[in-house]
Design a protein around this ligand. Structure first.
Ligand code: DSN
Length: 407
């Protein structure tokens, strides 16, 4: 390996080992996933789909892709759905659904970015906001999804597609209710479960299967697989979706990543994965308890899933940007995040988002996360010296240095 890259790789490895990783969308994949993603499957061109490729020599990769598709359907108990495992990312998966069933200019109703939605759900700076007519629903006074607002806007604007799912929402999403609302105007329902996919698999969040016409997701968040996306669609839309992905918006599929996805779906089907997801939620609850005991303001008052949104402006009198930097300086990674009804810019924000999936993979339990929450409070309130906080972070990480987690 080139010496500069070897050096950068080893620095990044050290950073990942020595950081308390609280970015809610990140995780650590297994060695098997990484081995497949770094494998010779990367050498293969396979434009098309199994048994219908534009290149020869696809016998083996056909089997890999079929395995991934079958495992995905089994994992989500998605009988009656078709799987497409080729999207390079969650945004590509979402784009493919739009291209499959919408014309440019059609109306999409989705959660607005400030309330927790995703860029590809219609932000003006994304293709989605530029190409479609976006109407947004948001949160109510309790900082929960405002289903009444969703219904009212559905009736008023008659969207062709309703998008449900979020990047920063800490509560359960009522897919059954969303389906009822979509049905009221015969709209398609797309559920983007990128963040909560692992929880859905484990039965800790209701599944959109049966309700959604289209389910999109990434594979690298709570699902703990390689970086990438997938789509599950009702069988009647299979041809539209496949054509929208390839040749619609993508060329050759990343067969090495699809192999990694197949491995991820295998790992996620194990009992151990369910235990892991349960620990993720218990760990969030452990932090929630400490924050609430210390009068830290949490968006919606807490969490039912893998993440928490802290209102750092009201709790500590600082911006999200400042909070992110203070925590970064002591070895705790998180991201600044808009909070409900935020008046600050997206590059500043009044909140931070923290999640437990990554450190739960490293072995952290409730008591560790209680200490993490206490470290965050001390850091953001300026109650303890930076050097002492770094010591506390190192102590925690050292405890789990030899956990079963595999580098
Ligand atoms: N950027 C991802 C997140 O952090 O939630 C969503 O794509």
């Amino acid at each position: 390996m080139d010496i500069e890259l070897r050096e950068l790789l080893s620095i990044e490895k050290r950073r990942q080992k020595n950081t308390i990783e609280l970015i809610a969308s990140e995780n650590y994949t297994s060695r098997s996933v990484r081995k497949l993603v770094g494998s010779i499957f990367t050498n293969k061109y396979a434009e098309g789909y199994p048994s219908n490729r534009y290149y020869g020599g696809c016998v083996v990769v056909d089997k890999v892709e079929n395995l991934a598709r079958e495992r995905l359907i089994t994992l989500f108990k998605a009988t009656g759905y078709h799987a497409n495992v080729q999207p390079h990312s969650g945004s590509q998966a979402n784009m493919a659904v739009y291209k499959a069933v919408l014309e440019i200019g059609d109306t999409i109703l989705s959660m607005d970015l400030n309330s927790g939605g995703h860029l590809s759900h219609g932000s003006p700076v994304s293709f989605s906001g530029k190409e479609y007519n976006i109407i947004s629903y948001g949160l109510n006074d309790s900082e929960l999804i405002d289903y009444e607002d969703m219904l009212e806007k559905t009736k008023k604007y008659k969207p062709k597609l309703i998008v449900v799912g979020a990047s920063s929402y800490t509560r359960i999403i009522d897919f059954a209710k969303c389906k009822e609302i979509a049905d009221s105007v015969n709209a398609y329902l797309m559920c983007d479960i990128a963040h909560i996919a692992g929880l859905v698999v484990a039965g800790l969040h209701p599944s959109p299967v049966g309700y959604a016409d289209f389910i999109t997701s990434t594979t690298h968040k709570t699902l703990r697989g390689p970086r990438g996306g997938f789509i599950l669609c009702k069988e009647e839309y299979s041809e539209l979706i496949d054509k929208a992905v390839f040749p619609g918006i993508q060329g050759g599929p990343l067969m090495h990543v699809i192999a990694g996805k197949a491995q991820c779906f295998y790992e996620a089907s194990k009992l151990k994965f369910r235990e892991y997801q349960m620990q993720i939620v218990r760990n969030v609850k452990a932090m929630e308890k400490i924050f609430l005991e210390n009068n830290v303001k949490l968006v919606s008052g807490g969490s039912d899933n893998h993440m928490l949104l802290i209102n750092v402006k009201d709790s500590f009198g600082i911006t999200g940007k400042e909070a992110e930097q203070i925590l970064d300086d002591i070895g705790v990674a998180c991201n600044k995040n808009m909070i409900a009804f935020d008046t600050a810019k997206a590059s500043v924000t009044s909140g931070i988002r923290i999640g437990t999936p990554a450190m739960t993979t490293k072995g952290f339990k409730e008591s560790d996360f209680e200490e993490v929450a206490k470290i965050i409070i001390c850091a953001l309130s300026g109650r303890q010296r930076k050097e002492d906080l770094i010591d506390r972070v190192e102590k925690l990480l050292h405890k789990w240095r030899f956990s079963s987690f595999n580098w």
